[in-house]
Design a protein around this ligand. Structure first.
Ligand code: PLP
Length: 376
């Protein structure tokens, strides 16, 4: 059997990783400014994380959601405390798409309605409803197009009010900062007005923090830069530092019913051990403070690099926009300078999503490499 060939690959084979570095099978060391697609939060192979997972595996790795699993409760308490979202309840699942799928389903159950407002260039995952609210026709099959979705431009409040006014909207779903789309984001005024309009009309406001959450923006959630309180928040990526886990944080006002949501694997013992360890390490190593410090240094240093049009994003969720397409630049960064970076729907944008443990010295290595390539 061969693999179903859906991923265009860079010809690099990582076999080992530690903190912000990855090694290939020829022992070449790469600086990881992409964090395996924004997944690595506490750094690769963190020794305490490895210890927690290994110890958990020797006890019990998995049983079903029909038994008591105290690790789920511990995770919910820790996440509530560290994120400042104690008045939410947690539903655990396995990925970002699944988190959004369940968030949309919950909104539809609660309102009895089905139309969703999403935004241009949004990415919310690849399952049925999650892909339908993703603004990319190439990854929507005819079966996905049955969903009622309206895509609006970011920051156009008049259109949001107009669409909500029609009375058939279950939810508005929006990323804290757009990831795959290219690091665009709503203004504070827009987020606050959207929340007000949703509250007024009993429309569920879903904040997709799958990529922008877990400290990446310098606050635990990116929406916390705008002083709002969404009804539902979705998380995944950095939550398990590579161990598959996702979550839906659901405001207290929504009441759970048995069987309303469910999953076989979601919230299993091993996944919870990974997620608890991530939160402990984020807290003990003060990673949010580190994000702010490294971001300030990045902004200062990147201003010395030529040919840059714009810096987008916040914290360690950054986009560097040039006035040329960055495909060749990314290849030179990987193969000549041994630095991983990311791309996005915006072909002129380099996406930077490093482990949150990155230090100024690593940013300096990147800035020098960028200057050398752009000067050559
Ligand atoms: C904002 C956002 N939401 C949802 C997803 C989907 O997550 P997953 O690939 O874990 O299903 C992604 C993945 O890139 C994302 O960036």
């Amino acid at each position: 059997m061969e693999l179903f060939d859906v991923y265009p690959l860079y010809n690099v084979t990582p076999v080992k990783a530690e903190d912000v570095y990855v090694w290939d099978e020829n022992n070449i060391k790469y600086l990881d400014l992409y964090g395996g697609h924004g997944v690595i939060s506490i750094g690769h192979s963190h020794p305490e994380y490895v210890k927690s997972l290994s110890e958990q595996l020797t006890k019990i790795g998995f049983y079903s959601n029909s038994i008591v699993n105290p690790l789920q409760q511990e995770l919910a308490h820790k996440l509530g405390k560290l994120s400042g979202c104690e008045n939410y309840n947690l539903f655990l699942c396995n990925s970002g798409a699944e988190a959004n799928e369940n968030a949309l389903k919950l909104a539809s159950f609660e309102t009895g309605k089905s139309r969703i407002i999403s935004f241009e260039n949004a990415f919310h995952g690849r399952t049925s409803a999650a892909v339908a609210v993703t603004d990319n026709t190439r990854i929507n099959a005819p079966i996905n197009l049955q969903q009622a979705v309206t895509f609006l431009p970011l920051n156009d409040m008049e259109l949001v009010i107009h669409e909500i006014g029609k009375g058939d909207v279950a939810a508005v779903i929006i990323e804290g900062i757009q990831g795959v789309g290219g690091l665009d984001e709503g203004t504070t005024e827009f987020f606050q007005e959207v929340q007000k309009e949703c509250n007024k009309n009993k429309v569920v406001l879903i904040l997709d923090e799958v990529q922008s959450g877990y400290g990446r923006s310098g606050k635990f959630f990116a929406f916390q830069h705008h002083n709002i309180q969404p009804d539902v928040i979705t998380v995944a990526k950095g939550m398990g530092n590579g161990f598959p886990i996702g979550g839906v944080l659901i405001a207290d006002k929504y009441k759970a019913k048995y069987g309303m949501l469910g999953t076989t694997f979601g919230g299993n013992h091993l996944a919870c051990a990974a997620a608890i360890s991530v939160l402990d390490i984020m807290e003990n190593e003060k990673l949010l403070a580190n994000v702010k410090k490294v971001y300030a240094y990045f902004l200062q240093e990147i201003s010395t690099v030529p040919k840059i049009k714009k810096i987008k994003g916040k914290g360690l969720m950054l986009g560097i926009e040039f006035d040329f397409e960055v495909g060749e630049l990314r290849k030179k960064l990987i193969f000549d300078k041994h630095i991983f970076t990311g791309g996005s729907n915006n072909k002129k944008l380099l996406r930077i999503l490093p482990p949150l443990s990155i230090k100024k010295e690593h940013v300096a290595i990147f800035i020098n490499a960028l200057k050398e390539i752009l000067d050559s």
